[in-house]
Design a protein around this ligand. Structure first.
Ligand SMILES: [Zn+2]
Length: 426
């Protein structure tokens, strides 16, 4: 029997194999190899498309998702009687995103399909059926696989409409996807726009004047990048366009950050906002047109002296440490060829908080190469090196002064700052 690399197969779920056993529905005692086979198996969502009485229109659709984050969405509409129809449909796969210490969020893989089917009406000509078959890949499906496996397949069909033809059609599409996601009762809906919808997704239509990569849709604020939208919030207020702020780093803030990054973060692409993500914490995401959106919440005004994690609670980190953590993600976006769609998806509100999965932020001893660490671990290494003994948050580097780079009792993690961060070698 081949050995199973538990970490590689189960990811974060490996924290509890018993949890995986319950998740895949296998009785005790269960072999790890058996759990692995079930856990990585393709999941197929399959459903007929039916319309109410008197509408001569039907069809079928199937979504297959795989452990590696790839998906395939296939289906057809068919006119079954006299009339012809212009059909538009939004389909979503909704799944829960656990947020340590807070209400879970929802992830949505959202597809749009529209086509024309022709009935037996002798004055029209064209096909009775409209088929589609779209394949793609999303890193979010991969990282959130444990929720995706139990996803909820939903669709909303309209006929004799054309969402993408009229002005505001994209806003309508997003609002439809949000509405389908809200039935899962979550704090916010992160949307991956998939298939042809991604091609038709005209981001310009969603932009709030003067703000890059921020949209209001379905009554909520979103930070968006290429092909994905993330729910965003203001601390202590309902997010409205008038309250959302965005700016570049000031000269003195660039100088502050460059004590760590030495010119390897493209500051002209970095835009700070006062938004936070699910769970009320800071996050970073690639935005449209090469922008990098660093969402600092309450740390927005004075990021070099702020000591919180995005919320109003302070004293959690060394002054400026959150900015350095998030700018390490900006460094990753700028220096790596492949990047996840967003960062800090699960920054816990307290170390070891009940139910919180801290594993993504933990890192081991400084023996292996930079690439052996995940993106969150890398950001923690840099931010902990920056904070050193001033970091109230624990971590492996509290025994060293902040930004310790001398040869006397060297901080062994400094090698990554010197050899990777400051050289741009990802
Ligand atoms: Zn992070």
């Amino acid at each position: 029997m081949p050995a199973v690399n538990v970490r590689a197969v189960f990811g974060h779920a490996a924290a509890s194999l018993e949890g995986v056993r319950a998740d895949v529905g296998v009785d005790r005692p269960a072999k790890v190899s058996q759990l692995a086979d079930l856990y990585v198996r393709d999941v197929v969502f399959d459903e007929p498309i039916v319309t109410s009485d008197g509408i001569a229109l039907g069809g079928h659709h199937t979504l297959t998702v795989r452990r590696d984050g790839s998906y395939r969405y296939q289906g057809y509409f068919r006119a079954t009687g006299y009339p012809s129809y212009e059909v538009a449909m939004v389909t979503t796969l909704g799944y829960q995103i656990p947020v340590p210490g807070a209400q879970p969020g929802t992830g949505q893989l959202a597809f749009a399909v529209h086509g024309r089917v022709v009935g037996t009406d002798i004055f029209s000509s064209g096909d009775q059926e409209y088929h589609w078959d779209e394949s793609g890949h999303s890193p979010l499906l991969q990282t959130q696989w444990s929720g995706v496996r139990h996803g909820q397949f939903q669709h909303r069909l309209e006929y004799d409409t054309d969402w993408f033809g009229a002005a505001g059609g994209v806003v309508n599409f997003v609002a439809q996807a949000v509405a389908l996601g809200s039935t899962l009762g979550a704090a916010g809906v992160a949307i991956v726009v998939a298939g042809t919808a991604a091609d038709q997704f005209d981001l310009e239509q969603l932009v709030i004047p003067g703000l890059v990569g921020i949209a209001m849709a379905g009554g909520a604020a979103y930070v968006f990048g290429p092909g994905a939208m993330f729910p965003a919030f203001l601390i202590g207020a309902v997010a409205t366009a008038a309250l959302i702020k965005q700016r570049h780093l000031r000269d003195e803030e660039r100088a502050f950050a460059d004590r760590v990054f030495r010119g390897r973060v493209p500051f002209d692409r970095v835009l700070l906002t006062n938004l936070v993500g699910l769970g009320g914490v800071a996050f970073t995401a690639p935005g449209p047109g090469g922008a990098i959106l660093v969402n600092l919440g309450e740390g927005y005004e004075n990021p070099t002296t702020y000591t919180g994690r995005g919320g109003s609670e302070t004293g959690k980190k060394a002054p400026g440490q959150l900015l350095i953590h998030e700018l390490t993600h900006a460094w990753q976006i700028a220096n790596e060829s492949f990047t996840p769609e967003y960062y800090c998806r699960a920054l816990p509100t307290a170390v070891g908080s009940a139910g919180g999965d801290m594993s993504a932020y933990e890192y081991g001893p400084p023996y292996d190469g930079w690439r052996s660490f995940g993106t969150e671990a890398q950001a923690s290494i840099v931010a902990d090196w920056f904070g050193g003994s001033r970091n109230p948050d624990g971590g492996h580097q509290r025994g060293y002064p902040p930004m310790h780079d001398s040869d006397k009792e060297p901080n062994p993690y400094f090698r990554y700052i010197r050899d990777n961060i400051r050289t741009g070698i990802a």
